[in-house]
Design a protein around this ligand. Structure first.
Ligand SMILES: CC(C)(COP(=O)(O)OP(=O)(O)OC[C@H]1O[C@@H](n2cnc3c(N)ncnc32)[C@H](O)[C@@H]1OP(=O)(O)O)[C@@H](O)C(=O)NCCC(=O)NCCS
Length: 224
């Protein structure tokens, strides 16, 4: 039995050339912990996350991340899902990309977050993985809008959003670990998405659509 036979969202896989995004399963946790252990936050960037997980000492970070992954799986439902995906180049785990949805069958809106181990930064991978998850949401799930946000002092993440085609629509003063920070908010529609040059293949889209209760055929939704 595969994990996806039990939890349908665990069958998602998105591939483009050598790059793949596959739904995280418990088997992936050790590889992800090792990737995060190489460091994540680029020099000269503000701290990028909402929680302090990447600042914790190794043992605490690994326990906290693992508990977060299991709590996300435990809380998953058709009404609210955090689809966590492992990013690989070939067999090498480089980081994680998530796709969060709530009441997706009605709202048709997806939210993303991501990280890469530092030694993989600056090679265009962050942009490609965002392009892939957005293409999956639009083409396979029938998303009408994708949203994301980044702190203003995180140039790489803001640049990735801009290169993917997102348009800034709001800025807000928010609380980052007890200190004020500016959050930049972006949205993207299918016609605005900058797609990678190479073809993308998808697995698990129809099963995830059924799980989320999205009605209508894929062809009726695709690139609508
Ligand atoms: C955000 C992240 C995934 C981007 O990954 P990446 O593979 O380095 O991204 P890319 O190489 O595709 O693009 C990065 C862009 O930012 C630009 N950039 C990076 N640092 C910069 C800086 N200090 N000033 C200006 N531009 C910068 C790069 O030049 C590049 O743009 P370009 O192609 O126009 O030159 C990676 O930086 C990361 O993991 N950061 C920590 C976690 C994080 O911030 N996650 C997002 C918030 S949840």
């Amino acid at each position: 039995m595969a994990w996806s036979d039990i939890l349908p969202f665990m069958g998602v896989a998105i591939r483009c050339g050598d790059l793949s995004l596959t739904a995280m399963t418990p088997d992936d946790i050790p590889g992800l912990l090792a990737a995060a252990g190489r460091g994540i936050v680029p020099d000269g960037s503000g701290y990028p996350f909402i929680t302090d997980w990447a600042l914790l000492p190794r043992a605490e970070r690994e326990a906290s991340s693992t508990q977060f992954y299991f709590s996300s799986w435990a809380a998953a439902s058709p009404e609210r899902l955090e689809l966590m995906m492992v990013v690989r180049e070939g067999d090498t785990i480089m980081g994680a990309q998530d796709l969060r949805v709530a009441d997706f069958a009605v709202r048709r809106t997806g939210f993303t977050g991501s990280w890469l181990a530092r030694d993989f930064h600056g090679r265009g991978i962050g942009t490609r993985m965002r392009q892939l998850v957005c293409a999956f949401a639009f083409d396979e799930l029938g998303a009408l809008e994708m949203r994301t946000e980044a702190y203003a002092d995180n140039p790489a993440s803001n640049r990735v959003s801009q290169k993917t085609g997102y348009v800034e629509f709001d800025r807000a003063r928010v609380n980052r670990l007890g200190e004020p920070a500016v959050e930049v908010r972006y949205r993207l529609t299918a016609d605005q998405l900058t797609r990678p040059a190479e073809p993308i293949t998808f697995d698990g889209g129809p099963a995830l659509r059924r799980y989320l209760g999205v009605t209508g055929g894929q062809s009726a939704m695709s690139r609508s």
